[in-house]
Design a protein around this ligand. Structure first.
Ligand code: PRP
Length: 213
């Protein structure tokens, strides 16, 4: 039987750009790929199986080896710290992690509360800054927290900056730039090295070729 490579894809924002990248790399993905609600899609002739996961779960599937490779945001990788190899910067879904708040949010001190989807990244950041804060974990719509008085600042992804602006929030500090990465399960890297190298080489060629465009 032909060897098969299982790729964990993040549903949502990154998905469209990731599919585009794979198509440019020469992977012949069927048209229903964009619209399907199926969570497992097999592309028999290419020997590929795609699993569609919540972005934050992609490193988990790859760490456990049920997916050989995956596409994950650097934000998720920093937060999750999974045992996976990060082999390629795909240079898609560019954004950054930042501290934001209401324009008068510079109230620092023991009472400072920070809401975030990234408790691990946020606590390391404030520890490095020598600032003591209380971290409040939320799962989405983070910008709501300062508006409603749950926190005085947030740590969140900024892409266009529109969400901050439309909610009257300002960026206070940038933490780290973010792009999506190709990650690999260490055992798969040994056992399916040819298929993985081929994927990495094809994707690299598109990324390199896209420079300066
Ligand atoms: C992300 C992020 C910000 C927003 C930033 O949220 O958490 O809220 O996008 O994008 P912008 O700078 O272009 O406005 P997402 O839409 O992923 O949803 P969430 O609120 O569930 O986290």
């Amino acid at each position: 039987m032909k060897e098969r490579l299982t790729i964990a894809m993040p549903k949502g924002r990154i998905f469209i750009e990731a599919v585009e990248l794979l198509k440019k790399a020469g992977y012949d993905l069927p048209p229903e790929f964009d619209e399907s609600r199926k969570l497992i899609l097999d592309i028999e002739q290419a020997g590929l199986r795609f699993i569609l996961a919540k972005p934050v779960d992609v490193p988990t599937y790859v760490e456990h080896g049920v997916a050989d490779v995956g596409i994950a945001g650097k934000d998720v990788l920093l937060e999750e710290e999974r045992e996976v190899y990060e082999v390629l910067d795909l240079k898609i879904s560019e954004c950054y992690l930042a501290v934001a708040g209401l324009p008068d949010a510079k109230k620092r001190g023991v009472a400072s509360k920070v809401a975030t989807k990234y408790p691990h990244v946020a606590s390391s950041y404030f520890r490095e800054q020598g600032e003591q804060v209380e971290i409040i974990k939320l799962n989405g719509s983070i910008e709501l927290a300062p508006l409603i008085g749950l926190a005085d600042r947030i740590v969140d992804i900024v892409s266009t900056g529109r969400t901050l602006k439309e909610n009257g929030l300002v960026e206070l500090e940038q933490i780290v730039p973010i792009t999506s990465r190709l990650i690999v399960n260490p055992a798969s890297y040994r056992l399916k090295d040819q298929m993985i190298d081929e994927l990495v080489n094809k994707l690299s060629a598109v990324i390199e070729g896209g420079k300066g465009q």
